[in-house]
Design a protein around this ligand. Structure first.
Ligand SMILES: [Zn+2]
Length: 371
């Protein structure tokens, strides 16, 4: 690839030089696995890591074991922004859980596959027994636990210091539901399993994500140009800690808005917002693509909507799967449909009541499913 561009690695010396390198996509990495994605100068190959992949296609890469120490140090840094010192007990909903998470970070794992409305009471008993200081993970799974607490069917007997969400888009309104159920602040944390790295996290100002520059170099581009602060573009990530299988200018599949300074004074670069997966677009009748954040359930309905998911099968049609709470009725259904029509008039909406929205093979409950 470098030969094709008449480039030699010696010419890549600073941040601006990196733009001369090509953008790498997930499809290119899949096609080149295993020999094309490993550094030819290293004898060690590390461990093969496999993710289920949000599109349902598995994705494999080589994980550099020597990156573990910096990853743990970064986790301590991010936890300090939550106001939590090392050693405090944590519980997290996530798929991958290592001995280091358990022994060094004192983190107990909850699998997203084990969380459903039927199992939430026993999960709350586990939380009461474990007495965590921090609770984190997939916001949809944490939302299910919060619903049960808010319906006064069970009580918490521990005091949470803080929470974090990761792996899925934090939908509007869900943060305040989590904070009111657990009586603690929740922060959005962003990472990517396919690069096995933290990318950034909110600080106490919650005005965007501070990038962790010791782990990743982040770019936001429109085509091949870097966007200006406040503008949206595709997110590219260069992992600085994986020497076995270096991912340089990797197109992670999310869109983001570049940020500026944060009032907290931390000088780490900012992403104002992760807009969502690049596939998170609803196709209207005219064929226009509307980003998912344009559509959401009105906040006043949240106490009666336990979970929801948008499903698009045909262009111009959007089905909203809703797990109803105890006060859900036809009047509220009509109100939600009217609200959605205000979000985009060029779409036919339908509400379907369901008893459960199960996670995908990747353990996530995406806000939009395109069948
Ligand atoms: Zn800040």
């Amino acid at each position: 690839m470098l030969k094709k561009r008449k480039l030699s690695i010696e010419k890549i010396r600073n941040y601006s030089d990196i733009t001369r390198l090509p953008i790498i996509t997930k499809e290119m990495l899949r096609a080149s696995f295993p020999d094309g994605v490993v550094s030819p100068h290293l004898k060690r190959r590390g461990k093969v890591f496999q993710t289920a992949g949000s599109s349902g296609q598995p994705f494999r890469f080589f994980y550099d074991k020597s990156a573990s120490a910096i990853s743990i140090a970064t986790r301590f840094l991010l936890d300090s922004w939550l106001g939590v010192p090392p050693g405090h007990k944590q519980m997290a909903v996530r798929i991958f859980h290592t001995w280091a998470d358990r022994l060094i970070l004192n983190e107990v794992n909850l699998s997203p596959f084990d969380i459903s409305s039927a199992t939430v009471p026993s999960i709350i008993s586990t939380l009461n027994r474990e007495q965590p200081h921090v609770l984190g993970g997939h916001p949809s799974a944490l939302g299910l636990i919060a619903n049960e607490i808010r319906q006064d069917t069970c009580e918490l007997s521990f005091k949470l210091k803080a929470g974090f969400t990761t792996a899925e888009t934090l939908l509007p309104g869900l943060r305040s539901r989590l904070e009111s159920a657990f009586h603690a602040p929740f922060f959005d944390r962003y990472g990517a399993s396919e690069i096995n790295s933290y990318v950034g996290q909110e600080c106490e100002h919650k005005s965007g994500l501070h990038i962790v520059p010791q782990m990743v170099l982040v770019e936001v581009v429109n085509g091949s140009d870097h966007v200006a602060p406040g503008e949206k573009g595709k997110l590219l990530v260069t992992n600085l800690t994986n020497y076995v299988s270096p991912l340089i200018r990797y197109e992670i599949g999310d869109e983001a808005v570049l940020g500026e300074e944060c009032p907290c004074g931390r000088t780490f670069p900012m992403l104002k917002q992760i807009v969502g997966r690049t596939v998170d677009y609803v196709k209207t009748k005219s064929g226009a693509l509307r980003p998912l954040p344009d559509f959401h359930i009105p906040l006043t309905a949240w106490d009666s909507v336990l979970q929801y998911e948008f499903v698009q099968v045909h262009q111009g049609e959007l089905t909203v799967l809703i797990v109803p709470g105890k006060n859900f009725d036809s009047r509220l259904e009509a109100k939600i449909l009217k609200y959605l029509a205000g979000c985009a008039a060029d779409v036919d909406y339908r509400i379907e009541l369901v008893s459960e929205i199960p996670p995908t093979r990747a353990g996530k409950r995406p806000a939009l499913r395109i069948d």
